[in-house]
Design a protein around this ligand. Structure first.
Ligand SMILES: NC(=O)c1ccc[n+]([C@@H]2O[C@H](COP(=O)([O-])OP(=O)(O)OC[C@H]3O[C@@H](n4cnc5c(N)ncnc54)[C@H](OP(=O)(O)O)[C@@H]3O)[C@@H](O)[C@H]2O)c1
Length: 235
């Protein structure tokens, strides 16, 4: 079982209708609107990215109960060049040879980190989300977009948070969601997105190279239908 979106084997094929750069998926992508005179409209977009199987399962026993190269390619393409913020368990789910995630400022949250933050193992460690976002906004790519990359506790923490520092509108405004049409065992779930969120399909297919975990956790080959959804706050 792979603990992370194992980028080495991700390949390059992704949804054909996606922009090549800057996370711009269709007309919502890019920084349009950032020039408003309303201070709340300034700053980087705060976006989350996750892949969920049926019943919103995103993890099992500290790892991801699947290997879906099409989704890994999406994750790599979208997050490269931008800061990524994650919880300690997600950091630890990456095999050591894959961390820090390259070409991204890696920021890890842990209550054990010092107040002022510290650099350790190629990542920046902070104990508060606010401090993590402040650093992210000053990191390469961070004036445009900051990605929340998991896990479940961090998605839950940011989903409905308001008044977050340094980010546009003070809150999470976007989720780039991969829906896997597969039933897998899991002990971590993504938060439910309420009616204030609008999803737009931006890609779909069947990943013939996918592998899924069974009840024993072992991965076995299994083609997986997937959909990429660009989900925005607002209707
Ligand atoms: N499917 C996907 O797209 C996806 C993406 C990412 C992760 N995952 C999966 O999700 C699972 C991990 O999720 P998880 O919820 O168990 O763990 P997590 O959110 O990755 O990490 C939890 C830890 O992060 C720290 N933390 C989180 N929020 C914090 C905050 N606001 N302030 C300070 N510290 C904070 C705490 O560390 P301390 O205990 O050190 O204080 C906490 O115990 C794994 O199975 C992983 O494979 C799936």
């Amino acid at each position: 079982m792979s603990g992370a979106r194992d980028e080495e084997t991700a390949g390059t094929a992704i949804g054909a209708d996606r922009d090549e750069r800057s996370g711009g998926v269709g007309p919502h992508g890019g920084t349009a609107g950032a020039a408003s005179s309303d201070p709340g409209d300034r700053g980087p977009e705060l976006a989350a990215i996750w892949a969920e199987a049926r019943d919103r399962v995103i993890g099992s026993e500290g790892t991801m109960p699947w290997h879906v190269p099409e989704d890994m390619a999406l994750f790599k393409r979208e997050t490269t060049g931008f800061p990524v913020v994650m919880g300690r368990a997600t950091w630890e789910s990456f095999p050591e040879r894959f961390r820090p995630l390259p070409h991204r400022t890696n920021i890890v949250l842990s209550r054990g980190a010092p107040e002022e933050g510290e650099e350790r193992g190629g990542a920046w460690w902070f104990r508060s989300l606010d401090a993590a976002l402040e650093l992210a906004a000053r990191s390469p790519g961070g004036t445009e977009r900051i990605w929340i990359i998991g896990g479940a506790s961090l998605y839950e923490r940011v989903l409905d948070a308001v008044g977050l520092p340094a980010v546009r509108g003070g809150r999470l405004s976007r989720v780039l969601l991969t829906r896997l049409d597969a039933a897998v065992p899991g002990d971590r779930r993504a938060p439910a997105l309420g009616e204030e969120w609008s999803a737009r399909p931006v890609g779909s297919g069947v990943d013939e190279r996918a592998r899924l975990a069974g009840d024993d956790g072992a991965l076995t080959p299994h083609p997986v239908p997937y959909r990429f959804l660009d989900v925005r706050r607002g209707r």
